[in-house]
Design a protein around this ligand. Structure first.
Ligand SMILES: [Zn+2]
Length: 473
């Protein structure tokens, strides 16, 4: 059972239906973090959106296989590890663990594979050797190995770039400075596959047919994605700044080596603004997840805000917006409590093809180019009418599916203590109901809930207790 999922493709600039090309699993790769410090909220916007994408594929029955790499060797990781007096491995382990912890906090599901660059040096060397053999690569006077962009006529097809007009690889497609390749080469467009050892690299070098050195950044994604997912796979994604040159270079490397199509579909997430401006340390709008948690914001609200913008549109992340997200979440949870959505709905998908009831339209827009803001809008539109009706099974399944896809827990940390605004008689009823629920006497619990509803109160359950809210009249 498979639900149709359509997505804009950067390569063809068209919306296309996603189908597993092997008829079984939808295989996709997303460029992961460079682990030299805690990731910032802009990084997490991208990772959260790809998490939603993964979840939608699961819920739609496309049986995704999701790979996301860890970049654990480059100029930044080497420099920072040396400054801290740690081996590269010990240093990058620390920030890999931090990345995992932050992902868990934001409710991201783990990818099916998470290859690390330094665990795949041999695969990268093998791929460079093929490129040398086929005339796509050469060794420069400095000992480094470069990709000859002129040898791959299709170069530029992803970012719709004219390689003849290409002056430099010094800027990327988000117009940020790219200092990844600052070495000697034949043509300005050529980029490093293997970087000859230089004193600043210290002990961080590996033997290769071209002398000691380390792989360039682009080659790791080509080598690891093809190892984990096969030479041709279904989709490749990343932040918009990676479209050029990183993804363009990945295509040149992979297709140059195999002669086969590399990724069949490309997806790019637009970066966010923070308080209306591009994030930067000097503007004071550069936030890590810890910075936001220290300000007292709940992870669920941060995730909800990140999800509330469409992946192809710029999202303005503001501290006020996080506060607003918290009230949106509260409304959704009220609906989830009314429909009795299971507490683990954000972690366990209902079976693909299960009914979506009144939430069919929300599920449909989410599958149409991952339109998260429209899906949330539909959720609220449908949900407000359902609050005054008795819950139906198909609506419960539908909301469960949507909460899973968006990764929103139906029970929040704010629901863990009993509210005291309610009159004593109401609280006594609610306590009896809670006890009945704990005793698994659901008939009694339902009857008591009905009494409370009749008296104008709604019970919202959490793991360790409940809250009471007056029903809107
Ligand atoms: Zn990559």
């Amino acid at each position: 059972m498979m639900d149709k999922v359509e997505l804009h493709d950067t390569l063809t600039r068209e919306k296309r239906e996603l189908t597993p090309s092997d008829g079984k699993q939808f295989r996709f790769y997303v460029c992961g973090p460079t682990v030299y410090g805690p990731a910032h909220i802009g990084n997490f916007r991208t990772f959260v959106l790809f998490d939603v994408f993964y979840r939608v594929l699961v819920a739609a029955g496309l049986q995704p296989r999701f790979a996301r790499n860890i970049t654990d060797v480059d100029d930044k990781t080497i420099k920072a590890s040396q400054e801290q007096g740690l081996t590269l491995r010990a240093f990058t382990d620390r920030y890999t663990e931090k990345f995992h912890a932050d992902c868990d906090t934001l409710g991201l599901l783990r990818p099916d594979a998470e290859p690390r660059a330094t665990d795949h040096i041999q695969e990268q060397i093998d791929l460079i050797a093929v490129l040398m053999e086929k005339g796509h690569a050469y060794q420069g006077a400095d000992g480094s190995v470069y990709y000859r962009v002129a040898s791959f006529p299709e170069y530029g097809k992803l970012s719709h770039f004219d390689p003849a007009a290409l002056q430099t690889q010094a800027t990327n497609s988000a117009e940020a400075l790219n200092l990844a390749d600052e070495y000697d080469r034949d043509a300005v467009a050529d980029f490093a596959l293997w970087k000859a050892h230089k004193p600043a690299d210290g002990e961080n070098a590996w033997d290769s047919p071209w002398g000691r050195g380390r792989p360039g950044w682009h080659i790791e994604c080509s080598a690891m994605s093809m190892k984990v997912l096969g030479q041709t796979f279904d989709l490749h994604g990343g932040g918009e700044d990676l479209c050029f040159p990183h993804h363009e270079n990945e295509i040149a490397q992979s297709e140059g080596a195999t002669g086969k199509p590399f990724a069949l579909h490309w997806m790019h997430a637009v970066h966010l603004l923070v308080e209306g401006k591009k994030m930067s340390k000097s503007l004071g709008n550069f936030f890590t997840l810890d910075d936001l948690l220290e300000k007292g914001f709940a992870p669920d609200a941060i995730r909800y805000l990140l999800v509330s913008g469409h992946y192809r549109q710029q999202l303005n992340f503001t501290l006020k917006g996080v506060e607003g997200a918290a009230s949106g979440l509260k409304k959704l949870r009220k609906l989830a409590a009314h429909l009795r959505v299971p507490e683990d709905a954000d972690r366990t998908a209902p079976p693909p093809g299960s009914p979506t009831g009144a939430f069919a339209s929300a599920w449909a827009v989410l599958r149409d180019d991952l339109n998260t803001p429209a899906a949330i809008g539909e959720l609220f539109k449908t949900g407000s009418a359902l609050l005054s009706e008795s819950p139906r099974e198909e609506d419960r399944m539908g909301l469960h599916k949507l909460l899973f896809a968006l990764g929103i827990p139906p029970v929040g940390p704010e629901n863990t203590t009993a509210e005291t605004d309610a009159p004593e008689a109401i609280r006594a009823l609610a306590d009896r109901r809670w006890q009945a629920k704990k005793d698994r006497d659901f008939t009694a619990a339902d009857a008591l809930r009905a009494e409370l509803t009749a008296a104008g109160w709604q019970v919202l359950d959490a793991k360790d207790g409940y809250t009471l809210e007056p029903l809107a009249r």
